[in-house]
Design a protein. Structure first.
Length: 276
């Protein structure tokens, strides 16, 4: 059976949904422009929907392509749920449901900001420090897997999350909006942020090694400055070096290469003068 715009009544199949996911995951940043950011990639992800329902209707095809050229930017893995939701809306529209261009764009605009915050808290502030701590531990123990563990694990994590939430977004439709913007999700986001900061602090204390060799020697006693600092605030020097890196990166706009150079100078000078 066909609707008035020439589309079939059949729903999107699993292979078509997987193609939508693959186009989003692969091209959302490859097809990228500073004027519209991820909009070209989002439009490309919708092409399996358009090919299915509008292949015989040039006007509807053009309208659908233009509908998704507006500015769009969100977290890639978690934001994939928006792609799934919009795919379900486009399918409903093609079948004759009263789904306007404005409604689809409002869904995208309304979700992309909150999901960027949720996604960044999870995929940038929480998961990478945990995976890096595991990889650093493996590398420090002499395991060659430590050098590639983070890349492999983080890639698998992003693939699983993006695929899962896109499929859930498609099946939930607009019901996903209330779920992701609800009070429960805000609490989850806050908890993830706290967990991420805790892990970063643990990595700083565990893997950054820097001790003072300075001592004050008199005929009565010897004072070890590192021991004094440990009595006041254990791991004070590692956290100071970490905060120095944060300051230079955030406020002085240092690149990672320049920051590494600063740490090398500190290490060489400190070693030559017997300070560290």
């Amino acid at each position: 059976m066909s609707s008035e715009n020439g589309s079939t009544e059949k729903s999107l199949t699993k292979p078509e949904l997987r193609k939508i996911w693959w186009y989003w995951f692969k091209y959302c940043l490859c097809v990228f422009g500073y004027e519209r950011l991820q909009a070209p990639g989002f439009t490309l992800a919708m092409t399996p929907v358009f090919d299915k329902y509008y292949s015989n209707n040039e006007d509807e095809m053009q309208a659908a392509l233009q509908r998704h050229t507006v500015f769009f930017n969100t977290n890639i893995p978690v934001g994939a749920v928006i792609v799934g939701i919009v795919a379900s809306l486009e399918e409903a529209r093609a079948k004759g449901a009263d789904v306007s261009d404005e409604f689809i764009n409002n869904i995208k605009v309304g979700l992309m900001g909150p999901l960027a915050g949720i996604g960044d808290a999870i995929t940038q502030a929480t998961v990478p420090p945990i995976l890096l701590s595991i990889g650093i531990g493996l590398a420090a123990g002499g395991n060659p897997l430590g050098a590639v563990f983070f890349v492999l694990a983080y890639t698998v994590f992003n693939v699983v999350v993006s695929y899962t939430v896109l499929m859930q977004g498609y099946h939930m439709g607009t019901n996903a909006v209330s779920f992701f913007l609800g009070e429960k999700m805000a609490k989850i986001q806050e908890a993830m942020s706290v967990l991420g900061l805790t892990v970063v602090g643990a990595i700083t204390a565990s893997y950054i090694k820097c001790t003072l060799k300075l001592e004050y020697v008199s005929e009565f006693s010897t004072v070890n400055f590192q021991g004094v600092l440990d009595g006041i605030f254990p791991k004070m020097i590692p956290i100071a070096l970490t905060l120095l890196g944060f300051y230079l990166l955030k406020f002085k706009k240092f690149t990672a290469v320049k920051l590494i150079g600063v740490y090398i100078v500190i290490a060489v000078v400190g070693g030559l003068f017997g300070i560290i």
